[in-house]
Write a protein that binds this ligand. Structure first.
Ligand code: GH3
Ligand code: MG
Ligand code: MG
Ligand code: MG
Length: 291
């Protein structure tokens, strides 16, 4: 867990930093809301401890801005203040803080707040992961594949970074279901997904777009290399040798590959081209890669 401390008092910063490091947190400290926003724009912080009175933008305004600008994750934001009026506490909570902590800081109370923050952040991360993942195969579901692809396209530096998509469709999958049963069909989907996942980098995203159909977005990889990778994946899938009650269940998949062109800011057109290439793979006899 990463914690950010924002306080214009050097004493408070140093004290909190020492306590938090001692508790095993990764810690960053700064003096102003403006510095905090700069840090938060480059790094993710799970818990932010913010002094109410800061020079310039106030602690409450900072909480609000952190909330608005970093919507998908959950940050546990705590306002620290010497003010004891209920009205200040209400203002802090309504302004985007999750909690407040009286100053001078009581270490026992701080630790309890941190435990609460960790519980909330963990629960949110678990939910987020569940919402993103296809439960059968463990890869991204259709919605989050498109979301992540969109992010990757937005982030890319068009002049230097090449992106490419690969569509994968299991061949004659109906025969698997019909000949070996639906459970074996599910197992084939899982094994194919595992094979795909085992052979690509963390930065590439894999999604299950439909029944027995997957898409992979390769970042920073030229089309020639992606074609070779697809060929390697094709081979690995054909070599799976899955058995059901002693009977060998043949599994192959067809692939279609397309670059994402430098002027494209959405992934749909590239997926469509990859799908046409996949269609040619099917047409020409399946178990092959077409670019
Ligand atoms: P082709 O080589 O042309 O792709 O033939 P195919 O039989 O794989 O093609 P088709 O798309 O017609 O069939 C896909 C089948 O996948 C139909 C559907 O019943 C089955 N299916 C879809 N989702 C699941 C799933 O989650 N589990 C299982 N076991 N079967 C599924
Ligand atoms: Mg202050
Ligand atoms: Mg199929
Ligand atoms: Mg299909």
């Amino acid at each position: 867990m990463r914690v950010l401390v924002v306080d214009d008092s050097r004493f408070v910063r140093e004290m909190l930093q020492a306590v938090l490091l001692d508790l095993g947190y990764e810690v960053a400290v700064c003096e102003t809301a403006e510095e905090a926003e700069l840090l938060a724009s480059g790094d993710w912080f799970d818990i932010v401890l913010v002094d109410l009175n800061l020079p310039g933008k106030s602690g409450i305004e900072l909480c609000w801005d952190l909330r608005v600008k970093h919507p998908p994750g959950l940050q546990y934001l705590v306002i620290m203040t010497t003010m004891t009026q209920i009205a200040t506490h209400i203002e802090a909570l309504d302004g985007g803080a999750d909690d407040f902590m009286p100053k001078p800081i009581d270490i026992g109370l701080l630790r309890a707040r941190l435990r609460l923050g960790e519980r909330l952040v963990r629960a949110h991360k678990d939910m987020h992961r569940l919402a993103m993942t296809d439960p059968l195969s463990g890869v991204l579901n259709r919605r989050s594949f498109f979301e992540q692809a969109e992010d990757a396209l937005r982030r890319r530096q068009r002049t230097v970074e090449s992106l490419a998509v690969v569509m994968v469709d299991i061949d004659h999958f109906k025969r698997v279901n019909d000949g070996f049963g639906h459970d074996m069909g599910d197992e084939v989907i899982r094994q194919v997904a595992k094979t795909l996942q085992g052979a690509v980098r963390q930065t590439d995203c894999i999604g299950r777009l439909g029944g027995e159909e997957f898409a992979i977005l390769f970042s920073n990889t030229g089309i020639d290399v992606v074609s070779l990778l697809a060929e390697r994946l094709r081979k690995r899938i054909a070599e799976l040798a899955l058995r059901s009650e002693g009977r060998l269940c043949p599994v192959t998949a067809s692939f279609g590959v397309s670059p994402v062109l430098p002027d494209e800011d959405a992934i749909e057109a590239a997926l469509k081209r990859a799908d046409s290439a996949l269609y040619r793979s099917k047409h020409e006899g399946r178990n092959r890669v077409t670019v």
